[in-house]
Design a protein around this ligand. Sequence first.
Ligand code: DAH
Length: 339
Amino acid sequence: MKQKIQDLLLEIENFNAKSLDEVEKFRIKFLGSKGIIKDLFNDFKSVDVSLKKEIGQALNQLRKEATEKVNALKEALEDQKQEEKKYGDLTRPAEPLDLGSRHPISIVKNQILEIFSRIGFTVSEGPEIEDDWHNFTALNLPEYHPARDMQDTFFIETDPDILLRTHTSSVQVRYMENHKPPIRTVSPGRVFRNEDISARAHCIFHQVEGLYIDTDVSFADLKQTLLYFTKEMFGKSKIRLRPSYFPFTEPSAEVDIYWGLETETDYKITKGTGWLEIMGCGMVDPNVLKNANIDAEKYSGFAFGMGIERIAMLLYQIPDIRMFYENDVRFLDQFKSVI
Ligand code: DAH
């Protein structure tokens, strides 16, 4: 009998159940009114007196172990059931992760930077809160210069010298102050203008500025660089440069690309002309070089600046600039496939 009890103890110890049904079967087998333990207690009556104490203790131990096992398994399985109710089947396959997407402004910005990096331009950045010198004066826009009105500026109330930059041209100046020619750099960034918000204009938007300075840089170099860019960016190889005015370049031009007149949208966005204005550019004014301590006798250069929103609106046919800043997932979701 002693041996039998030992064997049963081992069986109880090793038992495990996957369901409450199995636990119940185990309970009936060991602890039921016709169970093994009941039988053993019946047999106990005929055990020799000299062994009664020892076997009696062993039997009690067996009953205790069996009861504890049943309770422990029941509790564990019930907990698991509760968890399943709460979380569902925890072994089910995971839901696919919803991946985010890049913002269209980032997508277009990265494309522009990548195209220029292929022809040796580095990327540089500057502060959004600027001083008057870097945003205006050094760019040949001295105080009271009428062209300051071209860009309505947000000033810091307590200090008229500090403002939110109105263009990324300020980074040109900072870059020239800190680097010697040859210079080839593109500067992306956020700019601010005190303008009414509409479908076409916002008080916050993004630009990419370009600067190239070396000996013997000519207008032809500028034109060729821009032609390369428009081919890579838009797949269009016809551009025209219209004379224009910017205080920091002389001569200055606005760049149009021939978009075509194939679809109704082409008519709409080009106002029936087929041409689209995409950026401003020009030869860096010698005054600007001098302001940044670059020898204007020895060096010349070109610069250009473009709005990222404007280009993104063209490429993705986005009708309203405000969509970029609302963070509506129905809008953002549409850029998932673009990297
Ligand atoms: N800074 C001009 C603007 O905000 C854009 C621009 C025009 C930049 C001509 C240039 C340039 O570097 O040469 O409208």
